[in-house]
Structures are given as C-alpha cells and as structure tokens.
Ligand binder design. Structure first.
Ligand SMILES: [Zn+2]
Length: 74
C-alpha cells in the first residue's frame, strides 16, 4: 500500500469514491446556514458572552456537517 493511501481522503476523493451522499444539500441558499451565521455574527458583535459565540460556532459546524457533508464512512 502506498504511504499516501494512509492519509485521510480529501473531500474530492471521497466524492469521487462515491462516499459523498447525493442528498446532502448545497449550503448555497440554505436558510439554516443563513440563520445560524446571523446568530453567530450577533453573538460576536455583542461580544459579552464568549460561550454564546462558541455555542453559535459549534451550531453552525454541527449543522453544516449534518446537512451538507453526509459522508458515509462505514
Ligand atoms: Zn445549511
């Protein structure tokens, strides 16, 4: 096995290999992304509560992974 095969597959490699699930919707125009990003920006702008910023950032990442990056690695 070539050593390069041991590194994690890139997005394109996974997609090319068929691991990318076609029903993962595009983030373009996703209202959840818009809403979560707006909430994060507001949390950053208010800047009083660091935890709120972290929570909002995690919420975006979690949503993005679940909604837009539905890899099947098993
Ligand atoms: Zn989204």
């Amino acid at each position: 096995m070539p050593h390069s095969a041991l590194r994690p597959a890139t997005f394109d490699e996974r997609r090319a290999a068929g691991a990318y699930v076609g029903d993962a919707k595009s983030p373009v125009g996703c209202m959840d992304c818009v809403r979560l990003e707006a909430a994060r920006r507001q949390a950053v702008a208010e800047c009083h509560d660091h935890d709120a910023v972290v929570d909002a950032t995690v919420a975006i990442r979690s949503h993005f992974r679940d909604a837009h990056l539905l890899f099947r690695t098993a």
